[in-house]
Design a protein around this ligand. Structure first.
Ligand SMILES: C[S@@+](CC[C@H](N)C(=O)[O-])C[C@H]1O[C@@H](n2cnc3c(N)ncnc32)[C@H](O)[C@@H]1O
Length: 284
């Protein structure tokens, strides 16, 4: 392990200190992450095999990045990217930063779907496109329709699909299924599900920087899920399956949405913390 050159070490210490003062829970990690991204290398590589010098202007850029982080901006909006299902997605404040629990939903969809069968899939509330694009790349034989109400989010989704080569994913601006014809074999969604009343309980970086349209829903956070399930009953082919991410305390309420006799095999998959976070149900 080579010692950090003194300029790099000084900048990292300065960044860590500035972040720690503001109560940032991971000051060393964030400072390292923001610097490594600037240098175009992984944080581990920067620490194990540091560059002999840092490029001109990097110190100023790093200090600007730290100032944004001090103001509460999430690191992934500062770097403009987030890893999801082994791909790098562009993100900006028009889209939610993809979360690890959503990768579990992608995994669950793929696990139940054999390869080589041409299926049609809708990703409702696609944001950065992380779900639809990851599915489309894993299953080139599928046709994925990625839907969002936000035109700005769709711009990011389209850009990600083009850069990652997801040629089987198309993007449509729509309020749930309102602007779309047809039926699907799989509907997958990470809809907004936070109660407006819980806004102040969210971390500042979420509350102040992530798009409200991606976070909040009426009816204690359940309105979009309720409407999605109702519309999905029409939009799924017989035996088609819906996967929907839900809030950690919404299982009982969401279960009731599937009790109209139209659904079978209603199950809830747990996240790594043991919460029921993914509703799965098949259309009769
Ligand atoms: C929680 S974010 C999920 C983004 C992305 N799928 C992910 O998992 O990171 C919810 C997304 O749903 C979109 N959205 C909210 N209400 C919608 C509606 N009625 N119809 C379509 N999209 C909607 C938001 O713009 C946002 O991009």
């Amino acid at each position: 392990m080579v010692p950090l050159n003194s300029e790099l070490a000084t900048l990292l210490a300065e960044g860590k200190k500035a972040l720690a003062v503001t109560g940032c829970p991971t000051p060393e990690l964030d400072a390292g992450f923001l610097m490594a991204d600037l240098l175009g290398i992984e944080r581990a590589q920067m620490l194990l095999d540091p560059p002999a010098s840092i490029p001109p202007g990097a110190a100023e850029t790093f200090r600007r990045r730290i100032a944004r982080r001090v103001a509460g901006e999430p690191v992934h909006y500062i770097t403009g990217k987030k890893e999801f299902y082994n791909h790098t997605f562009k993100v900006n404040p028009a889209v939610l930063i993809p979360r690890p629990e959503t990768e579990e939903m992608v995994e669950a969809v793929l696990k139940q779907s054999p390869r080589g069968v041409a299926l049609t899939v809708a990703d409702v509330g696609t944001g950065s496109g992380c779900i639809g694009i990851s599915l489309g790349l894993e299953r080139p034989e599928w046709r994925v329709t990625a839907i969002d109400l936000s035109a700005a989010a769709l711009d990011i989704g389209r850009e990600n699909a083009a850069r990652l080569g997801a040629v089987n994913v198309s993007f449509v601006q729509s309020d749930l299924f309102a602007a779309l014809p047809g039926q699907f074999d799989i509907i997958v969604s990470n809809p907004p599900y936070v109660d407006h009343g819980a806004k102040n309980a969210l971390q500042v970086e979420v509350r102040k920087f992530e798009p409200p349209l991606a976070l909040f829903a009426a009816e204690r956070g359940l309105a979009v899920i309720r409407e999605l399930v109702a519309q999905s009953a029409e939009r799924l082919r017989p035996s088609g399956v819906i996967f929907c991410e839900i809030g950690y305390d919404q299982k009982e309420a969401v279960q009731k949405f599937f009790e109209d006799g139209l659904w079978t095999d209603v199950t809830f998959l747990k996240d790594i913390s043991g919460h029921d976070r993914i509703a799965r149900a098949a259309r009769r």
